[in-house]
Design a protein around this ligand. Structure first.
Ligand SMILES: [Fe+2]
Length: 439
């Protein structure tokens, strides 16, 4: 990596864009040709959309801001411009025939990729776009694509195994950890980032602010499949008191009675991994929706952490100083956690002790995003990016919750302290786990 850091900034960003493209290219290569127009998750677009979208987004962003690349297929630029996140709406009902043929989409994406690269490399490095510097726009292109690399993985996870080409996959081994809680003394958690800070942050990461957090106790490890199985076996999905009205209505209307990654087989459950169905790995973190995590917490007479509590447990230290990452200020490395596209599935909880926080909480970065009880809202001083006004603002609707941490399929750059992820509470396909707190 040594020579990369000496490259000029723009070249470094183009290098990162090339890496991100390779990452998403590898995902599309998993899809068998006959599955290309499948819709593995009913609420989302067909797979073909995402192939076009990743390039269309970059092209549209740069065209609006720096005047290039020139459009050669305006109808495709528009068709592939936006994804969907329907909270209460109906399901999409488009048909495969409504989409262009695969070779047409591939011709479009190939050509667009080349014109994007030309437009960027011929723009002067200091070029200011209409609303953002070219480096900021390239960061947006890189991270937008990396975020899709993860959401595409959720989607392909739900694609039946016969519809994808398998890839080698293994889960790191670890000694079995006993659930335990850790005392976190009262202290300050710093959320968000300063505009003067070096590096990139999305609109919702600003401004930096300090939050006083009273003392609390937090699970040292994520809730495992074993623990969640107790909740299921004790009838947790049938007990009204553990669920909010909206969550209960969802359970009834969807017929949900176990996590979406579990497959009932006789009196047992299998786990749907990315490429297989295996006996439920008891030591893995359970992946569930916010609704299910919240119901478990109520059953356990606990709560989900707030965003500030999560920060305090992850980045706080007994001395009061705060760290960039749970393990310290050093950049993410493989030994610190299950992130960065190295694995397809979770590892047993506690498999990466080198990545534990100063207070001793494990797996806060990687091995599954973590639900908080905090509704996704702007920080004081929020300003939407004028070149991507809906990135966060479209979701300030009191119907999304903050997730922190990261999963096996989260890029290392998204593990920064200020990064905030969010999802609607009853969407069960996310690589999201949780841990509980007590006050
Ligand atoms: Fe997108």
């Amino acid at each position: 990596m040594g020579e990369i850091t000496t490259l000029p900034r723009l070249d470094l960003l183009l290098h990162r864009l090339a890496d991100a493209r390779a990452q998403t290219d590898r995902l599309f290569e998993i899809v068998r040709p006959e599955a290309f127009y499948d819709r593995p998750i009913p609420e989302r677009h067909r797979i073909v959309f995402y192939l076009g979208h990743l390039e269309a987004f970059d092209g549209n962003l740069l065209r609006n801001e720096i005047g290039g690349p020139a459009s050669f297929a305006p109808e495709l630029d528009k068709l592939f411009a936006f994804g969907i996140d329907p909270v209460n709406g109906g399901l999409p009902d488009d048909q495969p025939r409504d989409w262009p043929a695969r070779d047409e989409v591939e011709r479009y994406t190939r050509r667009l990729r080349g014109t994007v690269d030309d437009a960027v490399s011929t723009a002067p490095a200091q070029f200011g776009g209409r609303h953002g510097s070219i480096s900021q726009l390239l960061h947006v292109a890189v991270e937008h694509r990396l975020l899709h690399a993860e959401t595409l993985s959720y989607m392909l996870h739900q694609l039946p195994n016969g519809r994808k080409f398998p890839r080698a996959s293994h889960s790191p081994a670890a000694p079995q950890m006993k659930p335990q809680m850790i005392e976190i003394p009262a202290g300050t958690a710093t959320l968000g980032r300063k505009r003067s800070e070096e590096g990139f942050g999305w609109d919702n990461e600003f401004e930096e602010h300090a939050v006083h957090v009273p003392a609390f106790r937090i699970d040292a490890y994520n809730v495992t499949n074993r623990q969640f199985l107790h909740f299921v076996a004790e009838g947790g999905y049938g007990e009204r008191a553990f669920w909010s009205q909206a969550d209960w209505n969802w359970l009834q209307s969807s017929g949900t009675s176990h996590p979406a990654f579990w497959i009932p087989r006789g009196d047992r459950y299998l786990c749907r991994t990315m490429f297989d169905e295996i006996p439920l790995p008891m030591a893995w973190p359970v992946y569930v929706s916010h609704a299910e995590a919240n119901a478990y917490a109520r059953w356990a007479r606990k709560e989900l952490p707030s965003e500030a509590e999560w920060h305090r447990a992850a980045n706080g230290t007994p001395s009061g100083a705060e760290r960039e990452y749970p393990w310290g200020d050093g950049l993410p490395e493989a030994s610190f956690g299950n992130f960065g596209f190295r694995h397809w599935d979770p590892a047993p909880v506690g498999a990466f002790p080198a990545g534990s926080s100063a207070f001793g909480a494990a797996d806060l970065a990687g091995n599954g995003w973590e639900w908080t009880r905090t509704v996704f809202k702007p920080f004081e001083g929020f300003e939407a990016f004028p070149f991507y006004p809906g990135y966060s603002a479209d979701f300030f609707d009191d119907q999304h919750y903050v997730m922190k941490g990261g999963s096996a399929r989260t890029a290392a750059c998204l593990l920064r302290r200020s990064f905030r992820n969010w999802f609607q509470p009853r969407y069960p396909y996310v690589y999201a786990s949780f841990r509980c707190v007590e006050h």
